[in-house]
Design a protein around this ligand. Structure first.
Ligand SMILES: *Cc1c(COP(=O)(O)O)cnc(C)c1O
Length: 968
């Protein structure tokens, strides 16, 4: 008999799962003993209610190794035609990611594994990068205030619409969109407008002034330059909408603004756009950072996050998120926006692109592109073509008439995709990747289509371009930071300096309840930067993106398997966008059945702020359902509200396991109750990490859910984005998934409500991460990950319970994948606030758990399966040590005002200063436990003063010394 009785011994397919899951076999055994369970299965059985537990293995392919998956994704990437240059434009352009940014930001876990900068002191690096982003945007747009990124250009336009409606206090419900706005932007805005009851009309440039006067809109949306390339002065159009009492929103290409007069100088109230071409690959549509800049009067209505400069407790300048704490900027049922996860990593990249090139470099790039466009325009004219516009920046549109097909074919033959516009207009959008050879080939293509001989480049006269009246006169990027890092060594060190100020997952665990900060494995990240994924335009012909479509199809299938649903859409580019898309599907379903009156959405009081905000955006009325003492949905209240609103009941939104970290036993009953009244159940899937392989949204009785691929499925948080929020739906809702006006393959066409993102598949270029994760884990690995996530949380709960009361538990005394520590008692005893504990954790080298959500005065700890026992113990040791410090205050052994908690965090400058006046030692301040001394993280600033920052709002870079002087 062969020694190889079992061929599987030749391979180790389980290796990845063993490394993704932190604790070893032996550690798992020890921890099981601590929590009092015999096995992982037994623990799961005591945690997940029997009625909803799955027994069958997930129908997924068996696990593959890291090497296999990288090769598989390389093969898929190779099927995408990255060798064909897309000069399609329409909001997406070829760009050269500076290698120093590619490797040190995009491929660097110090940047991509960081969390949203809610704990400002350990996020000064990314906050500075975002402040640079805001400065870049305000300078280019010509408006004073900009936020720190939105999801994409089209949704930014929709956000601007909502802002304008709020700013004009609902005096009008009409929005005018210029006919030369990008078609995907128009489609997303129209889809967003409909449930809100806004009327959208389209006006050509020639009609806009008269239309504004006649229709008295609350806003006018313009594109600059237009989708076919025209750069025209918008001053009259903007004045016309102002005259009618509305706001002017301008969607602008930021690179064009380097040379063009900024919209702010023409009177625009809101300027939005995409910073994709600032060094972020097209990636088949995303992720990219959109931006929004507004006049000062509207800054308090701005959606998303705003970074502001404030002072720390020592009076030094320090940055933090302004006008908000955590998601409290999402104003629940009064919301006009639901945006939470945005595009921080991509905003950091775009800002660094501007830091790297500086104003002179950007001007060189823009001028080169503009010259290329003028030469090509000249070549087209010489070949006998007419141009649609005489004034343009980088994009020309050739009136190709009967020769349109020939021109498209001649270009494709030479390796170029062009844009096909209405009335046989062929658009060519130049970008910084276009070389002299490319230009020669394009001139030859134009000549071939026209049937003329190709001229030499130097024989072509430039034609059209930017008119003198539209030429930018104002300076931009005058701040020091955009002038000092043009040598690569300087840039490398600047990036490193900022990175080192922050705590990311490559330093210590980030146990953020609800946010699932698990491992983002390197093997999952490597394919993201394959050129075969990066260089694909979202509107490239489908036969050039077959690798993407294959990957997308498989991933959709796997997510169907995980959720138990019939269909999945990957289009939503954040969890919030998924909620909105899911609720629109429910709304469309009711309407298709004639139930147009169903508009009430029941939402438990413990829900995430995005839930009610999304419901409002989907045109629903929010009715809040209470929770009982154990943190569960109050069944009596639910029954009463469902009865009361039975006629109008549209949906229940429920998070499962609940935001309190508990598997509610009654979930089946809850879903059945809603169905009985004719409603649909929307499950918020943020806590999916507690479900995968053990139960599913379909098993609990939900009809639709979103998943946060940036939580459960390993896409890194990027410091606050990107994300992907796909929705899964039961078969009866599949006809109502999102669609896209430019790609039939993106979703159901006739029955869909429309698109929720600018690109057909949203943030397509980061899907390889979740693909790789599922593929490497396999069905058993995924299930085990869930079991260990539950084990880690219960281990934490047991170990910390004698020091911090654990607020909620399931029926058998277990928590799900996270637990809430009650810190309210310490505050009452004068010991310490939950914020003091969060800040003190920084002295121990840890990012705080989720603070004061969903319950004020608590910490929500979610360790995830990826943390080893050693790391959990280190965190527990820190928490226990902090509890001892609190006790010393409570018992009067430590001063109530001057103690290490109130003064936390402690900086190196403070601890090493000549003078030390506190009643506790420097040692205790900075090195409270032995392990801290061995791997000290020094917070760069002391506690940041939020109130000062909000009173003195500063949201752009000025010399930081100026604030320091002001404080003295
Ligand atoms: C993270 C989260 C969301 C929102 O997801 P985003 O991707 O940030 O928009 C919604 N609900 C819950 C419970 C969450 O934890």
């Amino acid at each position: 008999m062969s020694v190889l009785s079992d061929l599987t011994a030749l391979e180790d397919k389980g290796e990845f799962a063993r490394r993704h899951i932190g604790p070893s076999e032996a550690e798992i055994a020890t921890m099981l003993e601590t929590v009092g369970a015999e096995s992982l299965e037994a623990l799961a059985a005591r945690t997940v209610p029997a009625a909803i537990r799955s027994t069958a293995a997930l129908p997924l392919p068996p696990p593959a190794t890291e090497a296999e998956v990288i090769a598989e994704l390389r093969g898929l990437a190779a099927k995408n035609r990255a060798d064909i240059k897309s000069l399609i434009g329409m909001g997406y352009h070829g760009t050269l990611t500076p290698p120093v940014i590619l490797r040190n930001v995009l491929e660097n876990p110090g940047w991509y594994t960081a969390y949203t900068p809610y704990q400002a002191e350990l996020a000064q690096g990314r906050l500075e990068a975002l402040l640079n982003f805001q400065t870049l945007v305000t300078d280019l747009a010509g408006l004073p205030v900009a936020n720190a990124s939105l999801l994409d250009e089209a949704t930014a336009a929709a956000e601007a619409m909502a802002l304008a409606h709020a700013a004009t206090k609902g005096k009008s419900d009409t929005l005018i969109i210029a006919s030369d706005v990008h078609p995907q932007t128009r489609a997303v805005v129209e889809a967003r407008a409909e449930p809100l009851g806004f009327r959208v009309t389209i006006a050509t440039p020639a009609e806009i002034v008269a239309a504004a006067a006649a229709q008295k809109p609350f806003a006018l949306l313009l594109q600059y330059p237009g989708t076919t390339g025209e750069a025209r002065d918008l001053t009259r159009e903007i004045a016309a909408v102002h005259g009618a009492g509305g706001l002017a929103i301008v969607a602008a290409d930021p690179l064009s603004l380097v040379l063009l007069k900024p919209p702010g100088e023409m009177g625009a109230d809101v300027v939005i756009g995409s910073t994709q071409r600032f060094g972020v690959p097209m990636g088949y549509g995303g992720p990219h950072a959109a931006y929004m800049a507004v006049k000062d009067a509207h800054k308090r209505l701005m959606p998303g996050r705003l970074v502001g400069v404030s002072l720390d407790a020592a009076g030094h300048p320090a940055m933090r998120l302004a006008l908000q704490t955590r998601e409290q900027h999402i104003r629940r049922e009064k919301a006009t926006s639901n945006i939470c996860t945005a595009q921080v990593l991509l905003a950091v990249m775009a800002s660094m692109y501007a830091v790297w090139h500086g104003p002179e470099g950007l001007t060189r790039i823009a001028k080169r592109i503009a010259l290329q466009a003028r030469l090509l325009a000249g070549a087209a004219k010489r070949a006998g073509f007419k141009l649609r516009h005489h004034d343009f920046f980088d994009t020309i549109t050739i009136e190709a008439g009967a020769k349109a097909d020939a021109l498209m074919a001649a270009a494709l033959k030479r390796g170029f995709n062009l844009a096909r516009h209405a009335d046989q207009g062929i658009g060519i959008a130049l970008d910084e990747t276009v070389t002299r050879d490319d230009l020669l080939a394009l001139v030859a293509a134009i000549a071939e289509a026209a049937g003329t001989a190709a001229p030499r480049l130097d024989a072509v006269d430039a034609e059209g371009g930017i008119p003198g009246s539209l030429t930018r006169a104002s300076a931009f990027l005058t701040a020091e930071v955009f002038r000092s890092h043009h040598a690569e060594h300087a840039m490398l060190r600047y990036l490193k300096k900022l990175e080192d100020k922050d705590v990311a997952l490559n330093r210590s665990m980030i146990p953020l309840g609800s946010c699932t900060m698990k491992l983002n494995a390197t093997a999952e990240m490597i394919p993201v930067t394959f050129p075969g994924f990066g260089a694909i335009h979202p509107f490239a012909p489908v036969d050039q993106a077959t690798g993407y479509l294959e990957m997308i199809k498989r991933l959709e299938g796997w997510l169907c398997a995980v959720t138990g649903f019939a269909a999945v859409s990957l289009q939503p580019n954040a969890g919030s966008a998924g909620e909105y898309a899911g609720l629109l599907a429910i709304r469309a379903y009711h309407r298709a059945r004639g139930d147009t009156q169903r508009d009430v959405c029941l939402i438990p009081s413990s829900a995430h702020g995005t839930n009610p905000a999304s419901a409002v955006m989907a045109g629903m009325k929010v009715v809040v359902v209470g929770c009982d003492r154990d943190g569960n949905v109050d069944l009596d209240d639910l029954r009463a509200k469902a009865d009361q609103h039975a006629e109008r009941l549209s949906a229940l939104m429920v998070t499962y396991p609940s935001t309190h970290g508990v598997f509610e036993e009654a979930i089946r009953e809850i879903c059945a109750l809603i169905h009985e009244k004719g409603g649909q159940v929307y499950m918020d899937g943020a806590n999916m990490n507690a479900q995968v392989g053990l139960t599913s949204p379909a098993a609990i009785g939900a009809d639709v859910c979103h998943l946060n691929l940036h939580k459960t499925f390993c896409i890194p948080h990027g410091g606050g984005g990107p994300g992907v929020g796909p929705i899964g739906v039961a078969a009866h809702l599949a006809p109502y998934l999102p669609s896209h006006p430019l790609l039939a393959e993106a979703g159901p066409q006739a029955t869909s409500h429309g698109p929720v993102s600018a690109a057909p598949f949203g943030s397509a270029s980061i899907l390889p991460i979740s693909y790789a994760y599922i593929r490497m884990m396999g069905p058993e690995g995924l299930k085990r990950a869930t079991e260990v996530a539950i084990l880690n949380a219960n281990y934490m709960a047991v170990k910390l319970a004698e020091h911090y009361p654990v607020l909620y538990r399931g029926r058998q005394g277990m928590v799900a994948h996270e637990c809430i520590l009650d810190c309210r008692g310490f505050q009452q005893n004068g010991g310490a606030s939950v914020e003091d504990i969060a800040k003190r954790l920084q002295d121990y080298g840890f990012h705080a758990p989720t603070m004061s959500w969903p319950v004020t005065g608590t910490l929500m700890v979610e360790p995830t399966e990826s943390e080893t026992k050693g790391e959990l113990d280190r965190f527990i040791e820190a928490m226990v040590s902090i509890r001892a410090e609190i006790r010393a205050i409570e018992q009067g052994r430590m001063d109530a005002k001057d103690n290490p908690l109130k003064n936390a965090p402690h900086t190196a400058a403070e601890v090493t200063a000549e003078a030390w006046t506190h009643p506790y030692s420097r040692q205790q301040a900075a090195f409270p436990l032995p392990y801290v001394a061995r791997q000290k993280y020094w917070p760069p600033v002391k506690r940041v003063d939020n109130v000062h920052g909000d009173r003195n709002l500063v949201c752009t870079c000025a010399p930081l010394e100026a604030y320091a002087q002001a404080a003295e």
